[in-house]
Ligand binder design. Structure first.
Ligand code: PMP
Length: 367
């Protein structure tokens, strides 16, 4: 068996130790004679798995007690709709700081629902190469919340600060953040947010699970005609088990949280490792006249590193040879082209070293 280096943007690499443990526990979970996939979600075994996952996540992120952690479905994309359905029930508008494709999609969904939206800031004028500064955020008087995308997965643009969301009169509005592609990449002050959501398939676990962390006081603002499964309050009251949750994805995510805590040593250690991996790759890109990345250095994503070759005609050869060298999924998003190396938590430093070595060899041969 050979496991190759996987730079996929999502579904992304999972820690090998997690996959090995899942394999060990696959057929017979802890002597119960069945796999986690075959258990009732109401069984004491599964409830214990679910509760342990939540405890570990709360510990990793130091989630304050007045926040609920929800394990949902529908991907981050469903949150584009669920957030306004749950938070605009008492009126007001959804404000957006837009730094790329995902932010734009989140805003489009509010429009689709016929709900009021307001663009508080956009990095479109700079070609999404730098995030808006605090001073550039213009939150509307009627804002119910401000939504932003902490890491734009396609553009490779990451906030280097947590915005302060205040209306023109200085009153605070809840901050809502799509953290799909950088949650758990380092420590986080959850208390700065009203709501955080993330699709699991990058830094959390397999696809099929969506994490929502929501402050208690925001559970009472839903529209009246909201389906039960879209209602945070109903989901919170039922421990995310109004219906059958994605049990295996939940279990595997729990193994990832355990790995982060016990193998990595927590999010500060993860942060240092992620910084080292990203610094190396950007240094290699900047040190060459063959590869380039256009993002302002302070806003370069540590998780998704897009780059282009000086000669775009070599892209296909680059990707083919990379694959032959065991470096998978380096093709950029179909909407932008070029290359993208995603360096999520589970991508080992050795993978980054191998990529940098390959890039140098390729440049020497063809540059
Ligand atoms: N937001 C961000 C930042 C993403 O990267 C993605 C997926 N790549 C999404 C939202 C959409 O996620 P999903 O496919 O889980 O709906």
């Amino acid at each position: 068996m050979t496991r190759l280096y996987n730079f996929c943007a999502g579904p992304a690499a999972l820690p090998q130790a997690v996959l090995e443990r899942a394999r060990e526990e696959l057929l017979d979970y802890h002597g119960r004679g069945l796999s986690v996939m075959e258990m009732s979600h109401r069984s004491p075994e599964f409830v214990a798995i679910a509760e342990q996952a939540e405890r570990d996540l709360r510990e990793l992120l130091a989630v304050p007690d007045n926040y609920r952690v929800l394990f949902l479905q529908g991907g981050a994309s469903l949150q584009f709709a669920m957030v306004p359905m749950n938070l605009l029930g008492r009126g007001g508008s959804a404000n957006f700081a837009c730094t790329g494709i995902w932010g734009k999609k989140a805003m489009a969904e509010v429009e689709r629902l016929g709900l009021p939206g307001h663009l508080a800031a956009s990095s479109e004028p700079n070609g999404h190469t730098a995030v808006p500064t605090q001073a550039e955020l213009s939150v509307s008087t009627d804002a119910a919340y401000l939504h932003y995308t902490s890491n734009e997965t396609i553009g490779g643009l990451e906030y280097d600060y947590i915005p302060q969301a205040t209306r023109p009169d200085g009153s605070p509005v809840p901050l809502v953040c799509d953290m799909s592609s950088n949650i758990l990449s380092g420590p986080l002050d959850v208390s700065r947010f009203g709501l955080i959501y993330a699709g699991a398939q990058k830094n959390i676990g397999p696809a099929g699970l969506t994490l929502v962390i929501v402050r208690d006081d925001l559970l009472d603002q839903a529209q009246e005609a909201i389906p039960t499964l879209f209602d945070y309050k109903a989901m919170a009251a039922a421990g995310s088990m109004v219906n059958t949750p994605p049990t295996y994805a939940w279990y595997l995510s729990g193994l990832v949280f355990d790995w982060l805590k016990n193998d990595i040593g927590g999010l500060a250690a993860m942060d240092a490792l992620n910084q080292r991996k990203a610094d190396k790759l950007y240094a290699a890109i900047d040190g060459s006249s063959f590869y380039s990345n256009p993002i302002k250095p302070a806003n370069r994503s540590r998780m998704n590193v897009p780059f282009v070759l000086a000669d775009a005609r070599l892209e296909k050869t680059f990707l083919d040879e990379a694959e032959q060298a065991g470096l998978l999924n380096l093709k950029g998003h179909r909407s932008v082209g070029g290359m993208r190396a995603s360096l999520y938590n589970a991508v080992p430093e050795a993978a980054v070293d191998a990529l940098i070595g390959f890039m140098a060899d390729f440049e020497n041969k063809r540059g």
